[in-house]
Design a protein around this ligand. Sequence first.
Ligand SMILES: Cc1cc2nc3c(=O)[nH]c(=O)nc-3n(C[C@H](O)[C@H](O)[C@H](O)COP(=O)(O)OP(=O)(O)OC[C@H]3O[C@@H](n4cnc5c(N)ncnc54)[C@H](O)[C@@H]3O)c2cc1C
Length: 534
Amino acid sequence: MEVFKTDILIIGSGIAGLSLALKLKDLGEIIILTKKRVFDTATILAQGGIACVVDEEDSFEFHIKDTLTAGDGLCEPKIVELVVKSAPERIKDLIEWGIEFDKDPVNPSKYHLTLEGGHSKKRILHIGDYTGRIIENKLIERVLENFNIQILENHLVLKLIPEKDSSLNGTPKRVVGVYALDFTHFKERVFLAKVIALCTGGAGKVYIYTSNPDTATGDGIALAYEVGCKIANLEFIQFHPTCLYHPKAKNFLISEALRGEGAVLLNAEGKPFMFKYDPIRKELAPRDVVTRAIDMELKVTGAECVYLDISKLPSDYIKRRFPYIYETCLKYGIDITTQPIPVVPAAHYLCGGILTNEWGQTDINNLFAIGECACTGLHGANRLASNSLLEAICFSHQASIKIKEMWHSLKETSYKVPPLQEFQIKEVKEEKVFISHNWDWIRKLMWDFVGIVRNLKMLQFAKNRIEFIKKELETYWSGFYLDLDTMELKNICTVAELIIISAMQRLESRGTHYLTDYPFKRKEFEKNTIISKF
Ligand SMILES: Cc1cc2nc3c(=O)[nH]c(=O)nc-3n(C[C@H](O)[C@H](O)[C@H](O)COP(=O)(O)OP(=O)(O)OC[C@H]3O[C@@H](n4cnc5c(N)ncnc54)[C@H](O)[C@@H]3O)c2cc1C
């Protein structure tokens, strides 16, 4: 088995992984492992933009208040303050890396800011409606300019390697590397490093309807859980209220910014309905409120979708402001300047994740988790729109400070890679249908029983079924397979189980977690749900 040594190992090539690499570029050699192509990320799909206090009418206090309100009592106030107050500096980093946010056409000396659900002021910096595409591409360009940063595509990380004999109640003090599969050469490989950062993104693929890319299978959470890191608040899955409903459209999101610009939600009869659910904020209510309102309308009317209508705005403005959404919808035969857009909710963002401190550090000293895979305390029970790209760049900065501080105490590992038999790679020869069937089964199960509105009976039902699939996977598919779908199936199974267990522990309704048995908040649950293997 080939063994590679590096100083810093980053897993994932979205905004978290790439910005961390740029922050650490002068410290040592860096390898970024990414399981598909470098740009196969959620980052590239981000449309709306990135939140930051820029306008004179706005203030840090307003942004903090909006974040805390969305988080519904579970945000870590210290972290919220840190992120909001450091946002202008982190935006400067992005600008230095070549990202140019849109300027106000009326006053080009200022940025054009948009409003999104849950924000009391216009504070979203954006580039058209393809902000993430520009961020991802510019960061890749900058990374490729550095000879000491290597990006290895088609490398799936399978397992973290804990340092032998360093365990503290089962959780190691250090990790020394990872086992990975190289899907270009179909080889197993070991990467050893002084410091490792999980930047593996979210887990939307656990649900059948999702806005997330195919890479979002919660791998980082499964990897960290297996070595004993604490996992927090997985019950808080944010469902985006408006994904395009069309048989040929796979995971296409209709940005929150449309509602910010005045788009109205209509039911199957063409009637507005948000005033019934949130009379004051209506379409600009936080995502969980809008999502549940749509879910309820769909259940009451039996319709397959609702509609988002922006056609009252001038056609030229719509085309200029939302070129990507306009063109994509047109491809599917919907002219958004004249027609309402059919939409449904879909799993969109994982508010919880691997528990980290203010430096992005997990329970294991030299293991960091940054971006959507982490639970930093910023989002609490519900993420405020456009706070996630911000969180990722803020914590890659925080982690870089900590890593630089720790650098001289970080030892090169003398770890001897275990012999091959401990890490036997098998091929999926037959019964591939078992894998594809269970992929669909888990994702449908999660949608139907652990979705937007939950109850304890359904959660128990889901738990029983997941345990059954898990047992089958352990019995018939133990070990490692040279097959991406098989390895990802194990990860979605682990993460689905952790989501269900977390949801069953929270006997209240808060943020994105709505439990019909307890349709209200309970003081005794004003705390994180924490799960760990040991
Ligand atoms: C459609 C859409 C629109 C959005 N719009 C916005 C927005 O406007 N504003 C905002 O703030 N947020 C938005 N978000 C959320 C935001 O885009 C994500 O939270 C953020 O991009 C996550 O960045 P990340 O670096 O953590 O993960 P990602 O960008 O998803 O990158 C994860 C990386 O990890 C790799 N990886 C995963 N597992 C493994 C493994 N086992 N081995 C190797 N590599 C692995 C993946 O291949 C990928 O490269 C949006 C999300 C979606 C899906």
